[in-house]
Design a protein around this ligand. Structure first.
Ligand code: PMP
Length: 358
């Protein structure tokens, strides 16, 4: 929760460590013991000298967690998105991409030989229209974030999968912000909507608390990526100690349902209190709470005033969000105490009045 960039303590209210696992003692213990046996680096790509039993063990654990046949580790979620999108859709195919998809999806689309068509944010009528217009392509891939990181919206994956079935398209979901958070067991958007997209991409760097990315899906998909995804083939593997920490984290994520429940009740409290104060708050039923400020300069000022109160929540500005929609992207985590939440709300009340916003 606390950071010490200038030597003073402050409470972080913008972290993606949703379940507070990044500093979990059990994870640290697991990582330490493997660190001792395997060293600090993996020394090579998975296909050369970088493979260990910990990488394979973690892949099996991710597949079991995501309830897919298999999974493949990447060094980051960014590289997993790029690896999938630059290899799976080929020339003659088309990718239909939500306009607010993460930068790594956009970069993956740019690297792909397939065409890209952008549809309006979570707008199913627009997506359907675009599916109708793209019938002449060989294969169609719909790609979406599961939870949109800057807006906190949940993609309507049930409707997306339904449209994909009707129009014979494939669905790729980037579940970076949903993994560990959504669904009874934290499995993500697929569990939340009880659907099975063709490709599930994720990261271990958010609710899982560690680092590394992954793809989960069929044996056929994973086998294809193993042989074609350049960001898998040519990238040094993550350290085995990191795999061990992730393995331990997934055990906790699945078992500790109370952590998730606590997270949602805190998020609900913050959202309704800020709305009652008069703030415009975006987002869905997640722990991402984007508070709209408007002008970029005002958002920076707001963030500075929070920091003066020892609260860290940076301003999010263009190009990350549209012009005029700068915001403070708050996140609550399982680690926040009720005193910290009350202090956050009190600070928003004071700063909002001082800046004549509420
Ligand atoms: N997808 C989304 C939606 C993200 O928000 C992020 C991280 N900001 C990533 C992918 C990349 O994940 P990683 O940090 O593991 O590279």
């Amino acid at each position: 929760m606390d950071t010490a960039t200038d030597g003073k303590r402050e409470t972080v209210f913008s972290s993606n460590d949703y379940l507070g696992l990044a500093n979990d003692i059990q994870l640290i213990r697991e990582a330490k013991s493997v660190l001792h046996d395997f060293g600090v680096g993996s020394s090579g790509s998975r296909l050369t000298t970088g493979n260990t039993r910990w990488h394979e063990k973690l892949e099996k654990r991710i597949a079991a967690f995501k309830q897919t046949e298999a999974a493949l580790l990447f060094s980051s979620g960014y590289l997993a998105n790029i690896g999938v999108l630059s290899s799976l859709p080929e020339q003659g195919d088309v990718i239909l991409s939500d306009e607010l998809n993460h930068a790594s999806i956009i970069d993956g689309c740019r690297l792909s030989r397939a065409g890209t068509v952008v549809y309006k944010h979570v707008d199913m009528d627009d997506l359907e229209g675009k599916l109708k217009q793209t019938q002449s392509y060989h294969r169609r891939f719909i790609v979406t974030d599961g939870v949109f990181s800057m807006d906190g919206t949940i993609a309507p994956l049930d409707r997306i999968v339904g449209l994909a079935r009707h129009y014979q398209a494939y669905v790729i979901v980037d579940d970076a912000h949903a993994t560990g958070v959504l669904g009874g067991n934290g499995r993500g958007t697929s569990e939340y909507f009880n659907v099975s997209p063709n490709v599930v991409i994720g990261t271990l760097s958010k609710a899982v608390g560690t680092e590394g990315g992954f793809v989960a899906g069929s044996h056929q998909l994973i086998d294809f990526l193993l042989n074609h995804a350049r960001t898998f083939i040519f990238q040094t593997a993550i350290p085995p100690s990191s795999c061990a920490a992730s393995y331990a984290a997934l055990e906790i994520v699945e078992a500790d349902k109370e952590k998730r429940k606590g997270l949602f009740s805190k998020a609900k409290k913050v959202k309704s209190a800020l709305t009652d104060m008069g703030y415009q708050v975006k987002g869905g039923a997640t722990s991402i709470i984007p508070v709209l400020i408007g002008e970029a300069a005002k958002s920076v000022l707001f963030s500075q005033k929070l920091q003066e109160k020892r609260i860290y929540a940076p301003a999010i500005r263009p190009p990350t969000v549209p012009v005029g929609e700068s915001r403070i992207r708050l996140t609550v985590t399982a680690g926040h105490s009720s005193e910290e939440i009350d202090y956050l709300l009190e600070s928003f009340n004071l700063i909002g009045k001082e800046l004549n916003m509420i």
